[in-house]
Design a protein around this ligand. Structure first.
Ligand SMILES: *[C@@H]1O[C@H](CO)[C@@H](O)[C@H](O)[C@H]1NC(C)=O
Ligand SMILES: *[C@@H]1O[C@H](CO)[C@@H](O)[C@H](O)[C@H]1NC(C)=O
Ligand SMILES: *[C@@H]1O[C@H](CO)[C@@H](O)[C@H](O)[C@H]1NC(C)=O
Ligand SMILES: *[C@@H]1O[C@H](CO)[C@@H](O)[C@H](O)[C@H]1NC(C)=O
Ligand SMILES: *[C@@H]1O[C@H](CO)[C@@H](O)[C@H](O)[C@H]1NC(C)=O
Ligand SMILES: *[C@@H]1O[C@H](CO)[C@@H](O)[C@H](O)[C@H]1NC(C)=O
Ligand SMILES: *[C@@H]1O[C@H](CO)[C@@H](O)[C@H](O)[C@H]1NC(C)=O
Ligand SMILES: [Zn+2]
Length: 923
């Protein structure tokens, strides 16, 4: 079974060669960067039309990924990917001139596993493009998860087909807008991806981010009008028997030549592309290929009569396209806020699972808690990156399926984590996972009078983290790993079933854990209780936030170290959605599209009812705005960020229309209509109101047309102040007024926005029959612009890769190891440990990243050198804080593990500014 590599032109397509021989020859070819040679000769003096037979197979949208694969539930949508692949492969084998490109490895993997691979010479006919597990969303994904899903797909293709399975084209035809970071990732993760294929449905997106190699096609990714020969289309077939009445070859060829020459006028090249296929097409590939063969034959036959058009079935490197979209696809930046958070949290779980799978050695895959691995979680996360998954644009039952896959993945990972922690701590005590701590529910901590908390930190530097646990007692003793008491506080809880909440700060070492033990001292009413009033201010040694005594709203924020203060008012508002019945446009707001019917949002309440809590560990102001909007403004003793924990929902729909809820920060910062957002969690881009850098904008949607995806942070600044907001999931946002920043938190809409999903965005569940309640956190920091990144980079990282808490009941065995670090020392602040995961039986994948952007930080923007030292070197350089590994080898040897740990060879590599990645697979 041969894919990819069209050969070097010396082997005629279709020639039979020995499979294994050919495989070796292909593997030996240094093809990575050599341009793909053409199988079909092109004609230099002619207009060369390249037909690209393709299918666009969503990894879940109206149906779940499995329903699409099997062709189940065809009542929802007729689509069955297994039949597409069966049928296409069959057709490719029938005629060596036929070609096909395939994109979604998630489907191809399923098919390959089920279909006994037939060894046939098939060179170059089936080509993989893009090659990721799915075609990821670009607006709402985090780069770490995108890199993981690309890695999974590309790895499968490489291991299955060798270099010939290696995609050379980044085919991203459907995501609703394109992020700069994606272009950069394609270039870095898979340097051989030469072209970036656009579906610019969104003018505003297009303006900011066309990567250098982008090419645009005229019909989206559909065939030209009249040339769709799928079973799902109605275009007439080519009827080429002149003896029959319906003979239409001349008509078809004339129409085709007209379209080709029309398309060629737009481009300065004599190569144009026509995409022959669309969503879930080629289930009966015979229809397509039979007509394509005829089309090629009859169009090229005209050359004898002087035609200058040459048609062939191949993918070349030109991707022309034109955009005709008018509506702003900015709603999906926020759609399904709970799924977006769960996906982000699952990324943190997966990275922790991957790391512990490595650190625990073979024991983690097979130990006291059973046999398992991270594979299910990896697949669930890869599928969740699809452009109708984390984007929130799928049907409700499909969203449930994505969440179920993630939950299932985490169940498998819990076995790995339990085994690994047992190996690393030397204790096989049962680990308990409190998956509902987000709603302050944990049966163990609520009922137990003695338990321990293991805090695993997936970052390569130490972190301090607040832990809040639901409890029923009123006083507890908390001891750290050294037996030292830790300041803790019991307060009245504002949610969940237990009476109180125990709060303390934990510290966890780099890439390791620390264990805290908690024992009950007293039951009774809690000592620290809230007071029904607004305090003038809450403050710690870094920050001070003041409140307006009349309204209960925030009124200012100060950084006490830098002695800067801004005016800051924060409140909640909602936009009234368009119902699609106005005379201007019939577009309603929906899962994809944000289209408020007025540019002025309605305030939910001008004042907040407040309560406050002030203790040595935390200070809180709890605000109630309405039965469906509340917030806790919180400042921990050691934190450089002010936390706004918002709770929004169930959104009332008695208006039969729906609401889109935002929070808005209005400040004294003179931001001149400019604000900044991150791109997929990494680099930061400047956004300017009513402006696009590369073309003249006529603004038609003053709010929606100024919304951008915020994946992990946004900020506004002037010469002296920068206010940064770090988010815990992807959200949409904008800066509509000078000095103001708004973020959309939740949306519920009763009309479908006619982009195919066919359902209103009206999330309810058994737990939330009245409508989804979403909760999340925004972290605010105030800094000087020159040094703001020094705060928001590490802060955002702690939110993305948050510590994992596991619990054990009762006393731990005295020999239990309470503290562990997988690193001899923390990595330098500029370097982020992006990936540490098991690669093969005896190899691991390690990725390091320089996380500061050029000019962003005086301290950290410089290139950094990291030494991955051998044991010997590590000892010599003990003071040098850049060593990775070190204590692992000895420990592993001591416990007599078979698998070698990740001792680096003597390697040095300078990581350059932001996005400098470095990776290795090490035995
Ligand atoms: C592809 O697979 C081969 C064989 O497993 C391996 O040696 C090679 O490093 C892989 N290449 C990439 C780019 O992963
Ligand atoms: C070429 O032109 C001749 C004379 O007009 C015509 O008979 C013939 O069918 C044409 N061939 C093609 C392939 O169109
Ligand atoms: C809390 O997290 C669990 C998964 O751990 C999830 O199922 C649940 O929906 C979350 N609850 C809220 C209110 O976000
Ligand atoms: C905790 O206390 C609450 C109220 O007193 C009670 O309803 C709940 O059952 C208790 N939970 C446990 C686990 O003891
Ligand atoms: C929201 O818009 C609808 C029509 O689109 C209108 O009937 C309704 O009054 C508006 N709501 C408010 C609060 O103005
Ligand atoms: C908008 O028009 C459609 C039909 O044209 C109607 O079904 C719907 O109720 C209208 N919506 C509102 C809010 O009036
Ligand atoms: C939205 O959900 C609510 C609560 O389940 C339901 O009563 C209402 O009919 C739904 N509306 C639409 C348009 O789906
Ligand atoms: Zn799609």
């Amino acid at each position: 079974f041969w894919v990819g590599c069209c050969g070097n032109g010396t082997t005629p397509p279709g020639q039979k060669t020995g499979g294994a021989e050919r495989m070796r020859a292909d593997r030996a070819m240094p093809t990575f960067r050599t341009p793909l040679k053409s199988c079909h000769a092109t004609m230099p003096n002619m207009l060369n039309v390249h037909l690209v037979p393709h299918t666009h197979d969503d990894v879940g949208w109206l149906k779940t990924v499995d329903q699409y694969y099997y062709g189940d539930r065809n009542d929802i949508q007729h689509a069955g990917v297994q039949y597409i692949l069966d049928s296409v492969v069959d057709q490719l084998l029938k005629n060596p001139d036929r070609r096909f490109i395939y994109v979604e490895t998630a489907f191809f993997f399923r098919w390959w596993k089920q279909t006994a691979p037939v060894l046939v010479s098939f060179s170059g006919r089936l080509e993989f493009v893009n090659g990721g597990w799915c075609m990821s969303d670009e607006a709402t994904t985090h780069y770490s998860a995108v890199i993981d899903q690309m890695t999974m797909g590309l790895r499968f293709l490489n291991e299955t087909f060798g270099p010939c399975g290696r995609p050379r084209v980044a085919w991203h035809i459907d995501p609703f807008g394109h992020a700069r970071e994606h272009a950069s990732m394609f270039a870095q993760v898979a340097a051989e991806l030469l072209r970036f294929h656009l579906r610019p449905r969104l003018k505003s997106e297009l303006s900011l981010q066309i990567p250098v190699h982008a090419r645009i096609l005229p019909n989206g990714y559909n065939p030209p009008d009249g040339f769709c020969w799928d079973q799902s289309c109605d275009d007439p077939p080519i009827r080429d028997d002149p003896d029959l009445e319906d003979y239409n070859v001349d008509d078809v060829v004339n129409r085709f030549l007209m379209i080709a020459s029309g398309q060629s006028l737009v481009y300065k090249t004599n190569h144009i592309i026509m995409t022959m296929g669309s969503d879930f097409q080629y289930e009966n590939a015979n229809l397509w290929y039979k007509n394509l063969d005829k089309l090629i034959h009859y169009v090229n036959a005209r050359q004898a009569n002087g035609s200058k058009v040459n048609v062939q079935m191949r993918l070349d490197d030109f991707f022309p396209y034109a955009d005709n979209a008018h509506n702003f696809w900015t709603g999906y930046f926020t759609s399904r806020p709970a799924l977006k958070r769960y996906e982000r949290l699952s990324n943190s779980y997966l990275q922790t699972c991957n790391q512990l799978e490595v650190l625990g050695g073979p024991f983690s895959g097979s130990g006291p808690f059973g046999h398992d691995d991270s594979w299910t979680m990896r697949r669930a996360m890869a599928v969740a990156q699809h452009h109708d998954a984390v984007s929130g644009t799928e049907k409700q039952h499909v969203a449930n399926d994505y969440a179920r896959r993630l939950a299932d993945g985490w169940q498998h990972c819990q076995v790995v984590v339990s085994n690994s922690l047992a190996a690393l701590s030397g204790s096989s005590a049962k680990r308990i996972y409190c998956d509902n701590l987000n709603i302050s529910v944990c049966p163990l901590t609520e009922s137990s009078h003695k338990f321990s908390v293991n805090v695993y930190n997936p970052l390569a530097r130490p972190v301090t983290w607040p832990v809040r646990l639901p409890v029923n007692g009123t006083a507890y003793t908390v001891l750290d790993a050294n037996g030292k008491p830790v300041d803790s506080q019991v307060g009245l809880k504002n949610r969940g079933s237990a009476a109180n909440e125990l709060l303390f700060q934990v510290q966890a070492p780099p890439l390791g854990f620390s264990t805290y033990s908690v024992s009950l001292q007293r039951r009774g009413p809690p000592p620290a209780s809230t007071r029904p009033r607004t305090p003038p201010a809450i403050q710690n040694k870094f920050l001070r936030a003041t409140f307006d005594p009349d309204t209960g709203l925030l009124s200012s924020l100060s950084n006490l170290e830098t002695k800067q203060t801004i005016r800051l008012t924060q409140n909640f508002y909602w936009y009234n959605a368009s119902d699609g019945n106005s005379s201007v446009s019939n577009q309603p707001s929906g899962a994809y599209i944000f289209r408020p019917n007025s540019s002025t949002p309605f305030v939910i309440s001008r004042t907040a009812k407040t309560e406050s809590l002030q203790t040595s560990v935390v200070q809180e102001v709890r605000q109630w705005f309405s039965p469906w909007v509340s917030q806790v403004v919180r400042l921990y003793a050691d934190s450089r960020a002010l936390e706004l924990e918002w709770t929004v929902g169930p959104l009332p729909v008695d208006d039969d229309l729906g609401k889109e809820v935002i929070t808005r920060l209005d400040t004294s910062i003179d931001s001149s209509g400019i604000f900044y957002t991150d791109s997929n969690g990494r680099e930061v881009l400047q956004r300017k109101k009513d402006f696009r850098p590369t073309w003249d904008l006529e603004q038609t949607e003053p709010i929606a047309g100024n919304y951008y995806p915020i994946n992990s942070r946004a900020y506004i600044k002037d010469d002296v102040n920068q206010l940064t907001v770090v988010t815990d999931r992807s959200q949409g946002g904008g800066s509509i007024q000078n000095g103001s920043l708004e973020i959309m938190l939740h949306r519920r809409l009763l009309y479908d926005d006619v982009r195919g999903v066919g359902e209103p965005l009206n999330e309810t569940s058994d737990v939330f029959p009245e409508g989804l309640v979403a909760r999340g956190r925004l972290l605010l920091t105030l800094d000087r612009p020159q040094s703001a990144a020094d705060t928001h980079r590490p802060l955002a990282q702690e939110v993305v890769l948050q510590p994992l808490l596991t619990f054990t009941s009762g006393d731990l065995h005295p020999n239990t190891r309470l503290e562990f670090s997988g690193l001899q020392d923390a990595l330098p602040p500029a370097v982020h440990l992006l990936t540490l995961s098991q690669w093969g039986e005896d190899s691991v994948l390690l990725r390091l990243e320089h996380q500061y952007q050029s000019g962003e930080s005086k301290q950290h923007t410089q290139p950094v050198t990291v030494n991955l030292l051998t044991k010997k070197k590590t000892k010599q350089n003990k003071k040098n804080s850049t060593a990775l590994s070190g204590n692992l080898p000895r420990r592993f040897t001591a416990q007599n593990r078979k698998r070698a740990p990740f001792v680096g060879p003597e390697q040095t590599e300078a990581l350059r500014v932001c996005g400098g990645f470095w990776q290795m697979v090490q035995r």
